[in-house]
Write a protein that binds this ligand. Structure first.
Ligand code: PMV
Length: 350
């Protein structure tokens, strides 16, 4: 895009949600290009709020996370700004003060890169709009561009710029899909999945031993990588069908298969590693037994960590809720649970 900047001072602020993948992105080709397409639910309550004040300068940056200066994050963002400077040259001619906070408890073991990087990318695209003569904000290109910059920070963040369901990665099953940015799901989703619930069980708040970037890297030598990428593609096709038809049985089978395969890939890496905890496994077992005995439509999925996301339709709230409180809560660290659900996507705050 050709941009005509008039550098000035200003303030932008966005809140952007986390998301949970149903079809997992695990493994990259080249720089931030996914080895397979993924599809996720955008959450509602687990969000990052980021505010950027900018003024003419030379690219200096102050970063505050939850009101405290954070050098580690500042360093990461400075590197990120260097990477995107070719495409967003204004970052070299402004100074930034960035304030960021999460609504979900700090160090609850929840991946915050999706919400954090999407909030930052949305702010950077709004600044571009505010200081340039092109006003793209109402345009789909604005979100596409934000998704592209979010992807550069964290692949899964590319999907967080849209509400409900979104996909990222080139796929024969998704028209106009791209490896460079995510898109909102275009087909009509069956009412069964409206207001889908995601209850996040905090099994462990501890920092994980192997980061997601290291995990993606280990897929390069994983002997099962090729089969995994074709499995992901087949699962995506089946999931799209289940989402259109409201087939809950297929939905559950695919979502749980994806979660277990993700962790299977970690175990089969060299060196292999396990991010699940004993209570992760205990919770999975209880969910599967309860579903079989009660007929309640609920299932689990996992991120790259020990915490469990319990997914169910709004119509199953009573049954699922009582089971979670009585049977699963005692297996969580300090009984910590976050009741989240499908959300409408990011919002500009100012
Ligand atoms: O976006 P990253 O690089 O943190 O990788 C995220 C990978 C998973 O969360 C495990 C799966 C996904 O698609 O979100």
């Amino acid at each position: 895009m050709k941009t005509d900047y008039s550098i000035k001072s200003g303030l932008v602020s966005w809140q952007s949600p986390s998301n949970i993948a149903l079809i997992k992105y695990w493994g990259k080709k080249g720089f931030q290009i996914p080895a397979n397409a993924s599809l996720s639910i955008t959450l509602s309550e687990s969000v990052t709020r980021t505010k950027i004040e900018y003024r003419p300068g030379t690219g200096k940056m102050l970063f505050y996370f939850e009101d405290k200066k954070n050098q580690a994050f500042a360093g990461k963002i400075a590197k990120y700004m260097e990477i995107i400077a070719d495409e967003l040259p204004y970052v070299k001619y402004l100074d930034f003060e960035i304030q960021s906070r999460n609504t979900f408890p700090h160090s609850a073991g929840i991946a915050s890169s999706a919400s954090a990087m999407s909030a930052l990318a949305l702010c950077l695209c709004s600044i571009e709009n505010d200081i340039s003569k092109n006003n793209l904000e109402e345009n789909k290109n604005f979100y596409q561009r934000a998704s592209h910059f979010a992807r550069i920070g964290s692949g899964s963040a590319s999907r967080s710029v849209y509400g409900k369901l979104s996909s990222w990665g080139k796929s024969e099953f998704i028209p106009d899909s791209s490896d460079l940015f995510a898109s909102p799901v275009q087909f009509t989703v069956h009412p069964f999945f409206e207001n889908f619930q995601d209850t996040i069980l905090i099994v462990s708040k501890g920092e994980k031993k192997v980061s997601s970037s290291a995990g993606h890297g280990l897929m390069k030598e994983n002997p099962f990588a090729r089969s995994r990428y074709s499995q992901a593609s087949a699962n995506l096709a089946k999931l799209i069908h289940a989402l259109k038809t409201g087939n809950s049985e297929d939905f559950i089978a695919i979502v749980e298969n994806e979660a277990l395969t993700l962790h299977g890939m970690m175990m089969a890496s060299n060196p292999g590693y396990i991010l699940m905890k004993p209570n992760t496994v205990a919770i999975i077992k209880k969910i599967q037994d309860f579903r079989e005995q009660s007929g309640v439509n609920l299932c689990f999925t996992l991120d790259a960590g020990p915490n469990v996301h319990v997914l169910y339709p709004e119509t199953e709230r009573a049954g699922a809720g009582a089971f979670i409180e009585q049977e699963l809560k005692p297996l969580c660290e300090a009984g910590q649970i976050i009741y989240d659900k499908m959300g409408n996507g990011p919002q500009r705050i100012n």
